[in-house]
Design a protein around this ligand. Structure first.
Ligand SMILES: CC(=O)SCCNC(=O)CCNC(=O)[C@H](O)C(C)(C)COP(=O)(O)OP(=O)(O)OC[C@H]1O[C@@H](n2cnc3c(N)ncnc32)[C@H](O)[C@@H]1OP(=O)(O)O
Length: 166
């Protein structure tokens, strides 16, 4: 996507669009935060960062170290946005980094006039669900056996306020 402008520095954390060179660090974050789940591979990230023009990732950096990321992808012919992936290194959690990453996408997509944000999250991931609820997402649907290991997913939706400036 071309029209992306981020608030670049908030509370000592820098936010910028992810590039191909960030994927190694992003894979290390996946390994750090997930236990027993199938994390994204290099080519998943590469597809969303380099090849898919309707998708992008934002990384959070502290002292030039990538400590977290969020992925987003346009859906429904470009009117909605789907959060594809969100993670913050364990040592950097509970400082508001994930909240800021979500808010960056909310602000950006509201300004671009998108209707709603969607995501799926494991039913047993109550920590992430709490974070999403606090940021205005509501549970929309249960998707049984959604993941490869048979776990259920919860589909969550946040309506966006249309802030298009004319
Ligand atoms: C679509 C998907 O990808 S779903 C999968 C989501 N990702 C994961 O589950 C991966 C593993 N988990 C993680 O990477 C992280 O735990 C995340 C992404 C879920 C949350 O990341 P964080 O950066 O810790 O989130 P953030 O700091 O914004 O909020 C987390 C908690 O810290 C609290 N917090 C925020 N700022 C501060 C602060 N300055 N001081 C103390 N606590 C704080 C928040 O209120 C929140 O409280 P809670 O524990 O009661 O829920």
């Amino acid at each position: 996507m071309d029209e992306i402008e981020l608030e670049s520095n908030l509370n000592g954390v820098a936010y910028r669009l992810a590039e191909r060179r960030d994927i190694v660090d992003m894979l290390a974050i996946e390994r750090d935060v997930y236990e027993g789940e199938v994390p994204w591979t290099f080519s998943h990230f590469e597809h969303e960062i380099v090849q898919n023009k309707d998708a992008f990732f934002v990384v959070a950096e502290i002292d030039n170290k990538v400590v977290g990321f969020i992925g987003a992808r346009l859906t429904d012919k470009g009117v909605n946005i789907h959060i594809s992936n969100l993670a913050v290194l364990r040592d950097y959690q509970k400082r508001g980094i994930a909240t800021t990453l979500i808010n960056q996408i909310v602000r950006l997509m509201s300004n671009l006039g998108k209707n709603q944000m969607t995501l799926e999250v494991r039913r047993d991931n109550t920590k992430a669900q709490g974070l999403y609820r606090r940021n205005g997402f509501e549970t929309d649907n249960l998707m049984p056996n959604y993941y490869e290991d048979g776990a259920d997913a919860i589909w969550m939706v946040k309506k966006l306020r249309n802030n298009v400036e004319n």
